[in-house]
Design a protein around this ligand. Sequence first.
Ligand SMILES: [Zn+2]
Length: 330
Amino acid sequence: MYGKYAGFGRICGHITKLKRTTKPHWNQLPSQVIQQVAKRIHLGYEKFFDYLKAKKKGLSPRKVGKPKIKPRQKYNSLTFTQAGYEIEGNRIKINCLDKSFTFWKHRKWTGTIKTITIKRDNVGDYYLYLSCEDCEPTKKLPLTSHEAGADFGMKTFLTLSDGIKIESPEFYKRMLNAIRSANKTLSRKQKGSNAWYRAKRHIARLYKKIAEKRRDWFFKLALRLVRKYDRIAIETLNLEGMKKLWGRKVSDLAFGEFSSILQWTCAKYGKTLLKAERWTATTKPCSDCGYRNENLTLSDRQWICPECGSHHDRDINAAKNILQAGIPVT
Ligand SMILES: [Zn+2]
C-alpha cells in the first residue's frame, strides 16, 4: 500500500489478524508453517536490500530482483519446524491432515531434526528435506599432498594442470531427440486438455532426468577429484557472459553447478578449494616464465613460448595459471 516493505514482525502480526477475520481455515495448519512463509518473504527482501546496498557502494553483485507475489500453483513447498509432524522409520505423519505417508528412505540421518520441508517438483513428485543439528561429522579423507588447477572449457569439460582431461557426457545433447519429439507431441494436443497436461508432464520428466543424471555425474567426479588432490583450484566464472557468447551448450555443461558441488565436497572431506580472481588472465601468460603471449588466438590449441621455449597445451597451461593464482575459498 505504501510502496514499502512492512517487516517480518508486522507480517506475522497481520497473519494473526487474518486468522481471526477472513482466513479462519489457516488455523488448521501449525502456526509455524505459516510463519515460515513470512520468513521466506523476509529473506527475499533482505537479499534484495543487500543487493541494493552493494550496488550503491559501486560493487557489481549478482542481480537480485524484488520479491514478487507468486501464483499459488508455484508455491510448492511447506516447512515445518518443531511441531506438526511425526517421523517413524520411513513413515511420516502430518498431524493437521491426520494422515501418514510412506517415503523412500534412501539415506540415514544423524543428529536432531530442526526443520523438515515437503516439496513438490514440477513433475508432481514429492520430496522430504530434513535439516539436522549436531550431526556426526563426515570422516575426512587422507591427505595426498597432490594439488591441481582445473580449467573449464567448451571442448573438454575439465582440464587439470597435470594433463588429465575429462569430457562432459553432454546429457542434454543425448536426450535432444527425445525432447524434440515430446515437444512435437505437445504441440499436437489441444491446449489445456488432459492429454496436453500429460504431454507437458512428460517433457518435464525428461528434463528432470537430464538434471539428475548430470548431478549424479558431478558428485561422482567431485569425489574422484577430492580423493586425489588436497588443493583444487578453479576459476571464478562469468556465467552470464558465457551464456551470451556460447548459448545452450554452456547450460548443458553447467559449470556453475559443478563448482558449487566441488566446493561442498571439498568442505565435507577436509580439502581446500582455491579460486582464481574473476579477471585473472589464465590463457595468455606462459605458466613457466610469465611471458604474455598476446598473439594467441582461440584456434591455437598448442603453442611454444617465445621467451623460454616451453611447449604448451592451451588448456593445461590455463589450468597451471589458475593453480598459481588460486586463493582459498572460505
Ligand atoms: Zn615461457
